[in-house]
Design a protein around this ligand. Structure first.
Ligand code: C5P
Length: 419
């Protein structure tokens, strides 16, 4: 990412009350060094940790702390604050502010600005690990992601309170700046929509996610490694862009994305049947790690250990992506597959693009040292008939968001109409 994406950009920094608030001072300094202008809004609690005076000295701007101190701008002040920004950054974002944002409260300046904005919002949470992992916070974060907000961190490590460790540390200043730069860069090329834009309104997006389990007997099964995180993130991103979403998911331990019709399946055959039942779709995205084989005859009773070496007779599963990619009637206008490879990533993906009848393949290197399985990050290449694009390392949510934004652009472009 080039620093030029931050240059001359106007950042509205919303500081809420956490021990990490002091790191904002460095954040402001670094963003100004990169050429951005920074205006700050502080919650009342934030002023207990750092003073508006020091924040104002670093921003060289007035610091806004209350809904009712906007004398010169009267009551439209909060609207102007948001209108005059290119990007809002909430750092640190406390559990309380995140909860208020998720439920749409507007009882102070920070929450009011956040409710009134249609600009991109980057949230950098910081809190005690137990508060971060609490189902209420996780629910609120999932909601905000579904609403189209961007997140950076929290990081895992030592907390200010002694003997506390876990996820909850504010992302480091360079990480926050990198995330902000990436959002501004994507926005500059039109790849990040207006916060409340709904380019997929009226479209149906069908997504497969997770592994499949192919029974050997009632207690054993064959499966691939897959957490479902990428597929579920895709479903969330599609909802955020206004689509009606059907998520056909194999067995996963993550929660259902809000606002999505989830169809739970176990096996590849069930997944294919569920996909076929839920067509037609405008876009179909196959992110599931489908087992390639199943046992030719799953035992009805648990197999016993015996002296004989057991043998497993395998037969091939249907290829769901290829089945849909090659449909003659009722084929979705955009069929996207994934290719998890450990070598020759791009060339393998290009081969699968053809052999499976896909329009795009998202290829990723899943060598064990990459930490893709179960992790939150992903480095992918978008392979289309036009060639291969290498994307930077992004969170799975960001990969999903960009993919769906591209898909929305594709559908509304002449390319799709001509197909
Ligand atoms: O051939 P491979 O498994 O690498 O292909 C990966 C792509 O094909 C993914 O999009 C996956 O969801 C899809 N696939 C499928 N049905 C299968 C095998 C793979 O839909 N039986």
């Amino acid at each position: 990412m080039r620093a030029s994406h931050v240059k001359q950009k106007r950042i509205l920094l919303i500081i809420s009350g956490g021990i990490a608030a002091y790191k904002c001072l460095d954040l402001i300094r670094r963003m100004r060094e990169a050429g951005a202008s920074v205006r700050a809004v502080m919650t009342k609690a934030a002023t207990e940790f750092i003073t508006p005076l020091s924040v104002g000295a670093l921003t060289s701007e007035r610091v806004f702390t209350s809904l009712f101190d906007l004398n010169d701008e009267q009551e439209i002040g909060h609207i102007r604050l948001s209108r005059e920004a290119d990007l809002l950054i909430v750092a640190p974002a406390t559990a309380d502010l995140i909860a208020k944002m998720a439920s749409g409260h507007a009882d102070d300046l920070a929450s009011t600005v956040l409710l009134a904005t249609d600009k991109p919002v980057l949230v950098a949470p910081a809190m005690n690990p137990r508060m971060w992992m609490h189902p209420a916070t996780q629910r609120n974060v999932a909601q905000l992601r579904a609403d189209g907000l961007h997140f950076v961190g929290p990081n895992t490590g030592e907390m200010a309170e002694r003997d506390e460790a876990g996820p909850g540390r504010l992302a480091e200043v360079p990480e926050i700046i990198a995330a902000a730069t990436s959002i501004l860069a994507e926005r500059a090329r039109g790849a990040i929509a207006h916060l409340h834009a709904r380019p997929l309104q009226g479209r149906h997006v069908l997504v497969t996610s997770g592994p499949t389990h192919e029974p050997i007997d009632p207690v054993r099964y064959i499966a691939n490694r897959s957490s479902g995180k990428q597929g579920h993130a895709i479903a969330r991103a599609a909802v955020a862009l206004g689509a009606r979403v059907t998520l056909v998911s194999g067995p996963v331990s993550i929660t259902d994305p809000p606002g999505v019709d989830v169809v739970r399946v176990e096996t590849a055959k069930e997944m294919l049947a569920a996909v076929e039942k839920n067509l037609p779709a405008d876009i179909a995205i196959f992110a599931a790690a489908v087992a390639d084989w199943r046992s030719a005859s799953a035992a009805q009773q648990k197999l016993k250990k015996s002296g004989d070496k057991p043998s497993l007779d395998l037969i091939e599963n249907p290829d769901i992506l290829a089945t849909v990619g090659k449909l003659r009637t009722g084929r979705p206008r955009l069929v996207i597959g994934f290719a998890a490879e450990t070598s020759s990533v791009a060339s393998e993906a290009a081969r699968k693009l053809k052999s499976k009848g896909a329009d795009w393949i998202v290829a990723n290197d899943v060598s064990p040292d990459r930490g893709v399985f179960g992790g939150d990050g992903n480095t992918v290449h978008l392979v289309t008939a036009q060639g291969t694009e290498d994307w930077p390392t992004l969170s799975k949510d960001e990969v999903a968001r960009r993919l769906l934004q591209r898909a929305a652009e594709h559908l509304s472009s002449g390319a799709a109409a001509a197909e």
